[in-house]
Design a protein around this ligand. Structure first.
Ligand code: PRP
Ligand code: URA
Ligand code: MG
Length: 208
């Protein structure tokens, strides 16, 4: 599907392996997740438009560049939080909104518990951060909320995507470009991505 870019990079492949390993402890899990997030941020930033500006070096005046649009990062709580610092390192001028969603373990439907996004989202580039795209219910709900508030140019940054989630996003939000570090085989009978990495929130914060 043309809404999906799988970031192809040897360091990302190595770090996805660290994340998949069931014996990786939370500190190493967070570190690998942060390193992959840098690569995803770079890939997404290739879409950004620039304004030319003048910059005065110690020697002369020359052409420089600034981002045309404000960037708004929107981590989906909880697991998306672990991607924020890497994106902010790359885009320090970005604003950060938050969306709280938790999948109901029986119905697999997302249940919302928190929203806070900047007012000028309509003129910004919005990047939703969530390491896991499983059924796609959470991502689709996040973009529904953001579009209701006027979001325009928007991207989804994830680490592992399932084909089911990519399809749901394509069906409901075909304008959203998804960037992932891996496209996995399928969802299992309880809605987990396989081979996957388990529950990203639990593995990030040690809540198992
Ligand atoms: O595509 P979906 O089927 O909606 O599943 C993906 C969602 O599940 C995980 O969050 P979870 O509900 O486990 O919340 P948590 O981050 O607080 O653990 C993940 O971080 C996504 O938000
Ligand atoms: O495999 C999955 C599916 C949803 N959420 C996760 O954290 N992992
Ligand atoms: Mg979870």
């Amino acid at each position: 599907m043309n809404n999906l870019t799988v970031v192809d990079n040897p360091l990302v492949k190595r770090d996805i392996t660290v994340l998949r390993n069931k014996d990786t402890r939370p500190a190493d899990f967070r570190a690998a997740l942060g390193r992959i997030s840098y690569s995803i941020a770079v890939e997404i930033s290739k879409n950004f438009q620039l304004n030319e500006i003048e910059v005065v070096t110690p020697l002369e005046t020359t052409i420089g560049y600034e981002l045309q649009k404000q960037v708004v990062l929107v981590p989906v709580l909880r697991a998306g939080l672990s991607m924020v610092n890497s994106f902010l390192d790359m885009i320090p001028e970005a604003k950060v909104g938050h969306i709280g969603l938790q999948r109901n373990e029986k119905t697999l439907m997302p249940e919302d518990y928190y929203y806070k996004t900047p007012k000028d989202i309509g003129s910004s580039v919005t990047i939703v951060l969530d390491p896991m795209l499983a059924t796609g219910g959470s991502a689709a709900a996040a973009f529904k909320y953001l579009k209701e508030r006027g979001a325009g140019e928007s991207y989804l940054a994830c680490l592992i995507a399932a084909p089911e989630g990519v399809k749901k996003m394509y069906d409901e939000h075909p304008d959203i470009k998804i960037y992932t570090a891996a496209l996995d085989r399928e969802l299992n009978e309880v809605g987990y991505i396989v081979p996957g990495l388990g529950d990203a929130g639990d593995r990030t914060f040690g809540t198992f």
